[in-house]
Design a protein. Structure first.
Length: 710
């Protein structure tokens, strides 16, 4: 049986930089050998690398060497690097004898076989720290450093850069000038240049995502710039693959619940399942009609990200229909005409609160012994929004029995009955004013919906109200064809959810799955971020206890005094992180707790990074520059480099509204901080104001964080 060929994400760039004679050997020599006999030592052409674990090298056209990892158990070859002999061993971190040198011993023991001793690791680490100190001094001295090598036409041609960009690149002298080109040329092109100047080392390559090409010719197309690196399918692990295989042939029976922590691939697996359904049914249902599939989630930013990922997965609907919509957009289709004559008001706005204040004052005049105080407006709105409307509660008796999981402020039966009276008075007031609440839209839609879809996928379900989930279920012709993904630790809007109370149609027994590997976040980042997870009351330990795959630098906590310090260190960090990761500014994000910090970020970020502020509704993942988002808007997204600003008392956490339980409010804010930090794939930095320290950063220690005091 032939070996399966996969590749590290950057491998096509290596192939693209190779001379024509090497590229010509692709179909003639490289692919046939890797498919048939990659495990058969045949010096000097094929040999196992001494001292490295599972690494082999293939001699290609004279001076070029291809390094690959060999997995005998599943007969898979992963192509890692291709370069000139002199450069390949430097990238391998090899010593004069071709065996792992001090860089690999200090930084990547998982690549070595047999494992080095603690003494060997210690000595290598000391040597590397000295080198790191000298590098840091260099970074501090030079703000905009000259490029380590001059741009030349021959190099650009060799790197596969189209000639129409040569003139701009030949005029570049410094690193900042190079990064600024992200604004005027495709990220794919700039990535070729960055990887040409600073080719990835073996320890960096092995931390990249593994991609799968349908045909080897597709890798060569990427090497020639005719295809993007992200267009290749992400390799699924055995656990994910087994789960997706249930959907092949279109005969799987649900409903299904997929749980997993940040970076576990829940959304990606859901989209793979859609792909399997479409491929397996050959574009026809059992009734010989085109399939109609819905993929829905809470926010517009997640919808945009899902469309982007489906495009990467080459999902072709053909005669079928794939609707990717958020729940609010869906609800508008099922609102009866009589409701559309009313004015819609958001419960978070002053107008909704003023009307409720009027109702509360009237209620308190008639009920002098009520437990409700004049400061309970915000608490009442939350209770109405999440518990009464959110659960689709119709009667006071139903409300008395409703599960209030996640609400810290307990209510007796008598208090619930009083609160229900206030809700009825509030409804009357709203209708008299010819108004209705934004949160009522989905409830009304759920009462008027008709089945439209063969399959319904509900992503990030932990932030949807139960009534919204019921609405989505009712859109499905068969409730067994409903698929949910969730992680309660990432709930930044809701207060926990009882799946058994969502709908009587949902029976997850035997069809629930927990993904236990994190493919987004490095081990160093995850160990630090876990310390920010919600408290014992809110925590889902199953989705925290997951295995991380990749390694990287420790996250950084910067405590600063003034905005000038913040600006200087933020720009320095973005510059260093982007070049170290060989990525463009479009791969970085600055996350903020409020709109005020978004305005500040726009002021202080260097123009070379082409930063752009984005709301949840207009997240543009293709923008060629740093994205500036609120932490709420970043939910479900991921970026190689992430910086958090505004982590200070009064901003994160925000002060609770009067009448709202402080511990419940802070738990929700803590989940927001946890979610924002977990958007980082490789590099994470958190800026905390010394003068207004946040309770969320006071407990962070240098065990998990590199801490800087400016």
């Amino acid at each position: 049986m032939d070996f399966k060929i996969t590749h590290a994400e950057s491998f096509p760039l290596d192939l693209g930089r190779a001379p024509k004679k090497v590229q010509n050997a692709w179909d003639r020599t490289i692919v046939p050998i890797l498919r048939s006999t990659p495990d058969r030592a045949d010096p000097p052409q094929i040999k196992r690398l001494v001292g490295y674990k599972k690494l082999w090298r293939l001699k290609v056209s004279g001076d070029y060497r291809l390094v690959y990892r060999l997995e005998q158990n599943n007969r898979t070859v992963t192509m890692l690097m291709l370069d000139n002999r002199a450069k390949i061993y430097k990238r391998l971190g090899a010593n004069a004898g071709g065996e792992p040198g001090i860089r690999i011993v200090a930084k990547a023991q998982d690549l070595i076989e047999p494992e080095p001793s603690k003494e060997e690791i210690g000595l290598a680490s000391i040597a590397m720290e000295a080198e790191k100190y000298e590098t840091k001094k260099y970074y501090e001295q030079e703000h905009d450093r000259p490029l380590p090598e001059l741009m030349e036409t021959e190099k650009l041609k060799c790197w596969g850069v189209p000639d129409k960009y040569w003139q701009k690149l030949l005029a570049v002298d410094t690193e900042n000038e190079l990064l600024a080109l992200d604004q005027t040329m495709p990220a794919e092109v700039l990535s070729r240049v960055l990887n040409g100047i600073w080719p990835s080392s073996i320890e960096e390559v092995t931390q990249q995502a593994i991609r799968v090409a349908e045909q080897p010719s597709e890798i060569k197309a990427a090497a020639e710039g005719a295809r993007s690196l992200e267009s290749f399918l992400l390799k699924l692990d055995d656990d994910q693959k087994t789960y997706v295989s249930r959907f092949e042939g279109g005969h799987a029976t649900g409903p299904w619940l997929l749980k997993g922590g940040p970076g576990s691939g829940k959304s990606t697996v859901a989209l793979y399942c859609i792909r399997s359904i479409l491929e397996g049914t050959k574009q026809l249902t059992l009734e010989d009609k085109p399939l109609k599939i819905l993929f829905t989630t809470y926010t517009k930013s997640l919808i945009n990200a899902s469309r982007h990922l489906l495009k990467e997965l080459n999902v072709y609907a053909g005669k079928n229909t794939i609707d990717i919509l958020n729940v609010d957009k869906l609800a508008t289709k099922y609102i009866p005409e009589k409701w559309k004559t009313l004015t819609l008001i958001n419960e978070d706005r002053a107008e909704a609160q003023d009307l409720l204040n009027q109702v509360l004052r009237a209620f308190r005049k008639k009920n002098t012994k009520t437990f409700l105080s004049s400061t309970d407006t915000r608490f009442l709105l939350d209770e109405i929004n999440w518990i009464i409307i959110g659960n689709g509660v119709e009667t006071v008796e139903e409300y008395v029995q409703t599960d209030r999981t996640g609400r810290r402020r307990a209510l007796t039966e008598s208090q619930r009955r009083q609160l229900w009276t206030v809700w009825e008075m509030y409804q009357d007031k709203l209708r008299y004013e010819k108004k209705w609440l934004f949160s009522e839209r989905v409830k009304v839609a759920a009462e008027n919906v008709t089945p439209q879809y063969d399959y319904v996928f509900i992503d990030e379900a932990q932030d949807l109200k139960p009534v919204a989930i019921r609405f989505c279920i009712r859109l499905c012709r068969d409730p067994r064809n409903v698929f949910l993904t969730a992680d309660s630790n990432q709930s930044i809007y809701g207060n926990g959810i009882s799946w058994s109370s969502v709908a009587t149609d949902l029976r997850f027994s035997g069809r629930a799955k927990i993904l236990k590997r994190n493919y987004r976040t490095t081990t160093e980042n995850w160990d630090a971020i876990k310390q920010l997870a919600p408290g014992v009351f809110d925590i889902d330990q199953e989705t925290l206890d997951i295995e991380t795959i990749y390694h990287g630098p420790y996250p950084v906590l910067v405590r600063y005094d003034d905005v000038q310090d913040l600006s200087s260190r933020l720009n320095e960090y973005l510059h260093e992180a982007l070049l170290s990761e060989r990525i463009t500014p479009g791969c970085a994000a600055v996350l903020c707790p409020t709109l005020r910090e978004i305005d500040l970020a726009l002021e202080i970020i260097d123009p070379c990074f082409n930063a752009k502020a984005m709301s949840s509704g207009d997240v543009d993942l293709a923008h060629p520059g740093v994205k500036i988002l609120t932490m709420h808007a970043s939910k479900g997204l991921e970026f190689a480099v992430v910086a958090l600003i505004g982590v200070e008392e009064g901003r994160l956490p925000l002060p609770p509204f009067k009448g709202v339980d402080e511990s419940e409010h802070n738990a929700r804010q803590r989940r927001l901080f946890f979610v924002a930090c977990s958007r980082a794939m490789r590099r994470l930095i958190v800026f905390a104001d010394k003068n207004r320290p946040s309770q969320f950063t006071e407990s962070l220690t240098d065990e998990y964080w590199d801490i800087e005091d400016l």
